[in-house]
Design a protein around this ligand. Sequence first.
Ligand code: ATP
Ligand code: MG
Length: 274
Amino acid sequence: MIRFEDVSVDYATVQGGRIRALNHIHLTLDDGEYVAVMGPNGSGKSTLARLCNGLVLPSAGTVHIDEFRITADFSRHIPDIRRCVGMVFQNPDNQIVSTTVEREIAFGLENLGVPYDEMQERVAEALQTFDLLHLRNRAPHQLSGGEKQRLALAAVMVMQPRHLILDEPTALLDFRHQSEFLQYIRRLRESAGGRPPMVMHITHFAPEALFATRLLVLHRGEVYMDGTPEDIFLQESGLREIGIDPPIEFSAFLRLREKLPIKSVEDLRLRPIL
Ligand SMILES: Nc1ncnc2c1ncn2[C@@H]1O[C@H](COP(=O)(O)OP(=O)(O)OP(=O)(O)O)[C@@H](O)[C@H]1O
Ligand SMILES: [Mg+2]
């Protein structure tokens, strides 16, 4: 569970002023949820993500991560929190530190002091799960963008985080690698059985949010909408007001439902219209 209790974040500006990135956020992200986060540039998405592992501290309020908490003047739990929150960012080059794929996956486990045999086992499993076995001796910088992002995900998941924070992980990928990455997320949630990690997935691509069980829309540092992706995408005018386009099938449904006997977006998907 990650809970934001009246959390605000202010950044110092170069002119010596302050800018409010998040304004009095109250929010609970429960275990097992897959929460997509959308919002215009500068709406506070990355700040929300970075609060989850102490990369950014709240200026006011409390961030609760399971049994741990962070406030402006209490950050002693950050090392524990980093162990249970995994993060993947937009650009894997900023995240990858090792000389081979295999070493990159082992890196975090070595730092944790995981016994050698267990480490070997977990690395082998991660190489398998993320289809990296054939690349295990390659230098990460030789990989394609999609492969690198898969490696970043494998290196995070091998740590068995309880929560996974994804900040626009597919923004630099082509369509094929984008959908491949999403399939890995889907698979790792399905294969986790009853205890999938909570996923917070920031994205600018509306169709990606349909993979989630919940969608948060941020605007000017506040939660503007919160609901299922399907319900939110039907609120087209509210979304367009802040510059977000719903996926094409939702716009089409809203236009066609007056003229055709369709009751939901699903009908539109199944029925040949022409
Ligand atoms: N380190 C920083 N110093 C000063 N201001 C910052 C800093 N990081 C973010 N901001 C400001 O805080 C606000 C929220 O930024 P944030 O990066 O959280 O937005 P975002 O929704 O992730 O945007 P994007 O879609 O561009 O990634 C913006 O106005 C941004 O300029
Ligand atoms: Mg961002």
